[in-house]
Design a protein around this ligand. Sequence first.
Ligand code: PSV
Ligand code: MN
Length: 384
Amino acid sequence: MARTSAEVEQELARLEVETPSWGYGDSGTRFATFPQAGRPRDAFERIDDAAEVHRLTAAAPAVALHFPWDRVEDLGSLRRHAESRGLRIGAVNPNLFQAAEYKLGSVANPDPAVRARAVAHLLECVEIATELGSTAQSLWLADGTNYAGQDDLRARRERLLESLTEVYAALPPGQELLLEYKPFEPAFYATDLADWGSALLCCQKLGEKAAVLVDFGHHLLGANIEQIVAILAAEGRLGGFHFNNRKYADDDLIVGSVNPFELFSVFVELGTDLPRLTIDQAHNVEAKIEAMTLSVVNIQEAFAKALLVDREALAAAQAEGDVLGAHEVLLEAFRADVRELCARVREAAGGAADPVAALRESGYVERIVRERGAAAPVSAGWNA
Ligand code: PSV
Ligand code: MN
């Protein structure tokens, strides 16, 4: 039997998405950054924007932070600010990809002094997370090489494991380490944590507080993300997601905008056992807060559809070898129009029936443009 609407609504009300502080600020391609009027000027204002998305959707009660981008003088005041806006701090994301020293990598760099700097930043982030009440370090490494022979691949792996072992040992109870893989970019020959398998092996070596984070844009074209999810979940190592969507590579487009069936299929795999769900997108040409709001709505709708799957009918069709009968069970749920159901859940939780329309009517964006000012001039990505 499929769930009743009431049962679906009950489960859907439990959905919690983390929005990324870095998704509210100006972003761009490697060719140019297109600034937007009213962009937040600091971490406090990024939290204000995240709070607006939560007010509208009633499903985004946490904000993931990125350090040093979100560095403030007083972490306590940042935490209190978030709490006063009805938010909690989500995963803390260390940044090991922007300092000049990291040109040849961070935790896998051949130079021990650079590795020590990287480890020191990771340890600092463990403390930051503790002060902010965050329960996760979410780590993506840009480490890798551009040419065959550039460095010893096994040695790099050993250095990476050694560095992360030190960080893992410093994790306080209640804090986990999420490892995010990515096949290429910025490294174009060999990335040190290139795929879910290498991330999983690393987590298994570190210990049970380490789990894999799946970013939708971090796969080679054609990868079956829902199958990866099934394997990681079965191994008890699915730490969470970075939601976005892509057509070609790590495009960071709005989740569900290119391939809604893939998003639905991932939620079908998850069932009601949801790990950490974080959005990781770069809204370069679209309105920032609107894009984030629509992203949360897309996630709600995909989850709602997955909750409608008739699991008994699916299991029966699978057992009988009824190939298209089983597929039809999924299509039946995917084709359902869940917009009203989701609107009811949002409204019952104090959100808006139509969050994007409500945002447009609210005057929030006009207000922040008045308060925070016009857009900065366009800045070039190269030779600026
Ligand atoms: C890298 O492409 C990534 O997905 C990582 O999660 C980073 O932390 C994030 O994007 C922001 O650059
Ligand atoms: Mn990511």
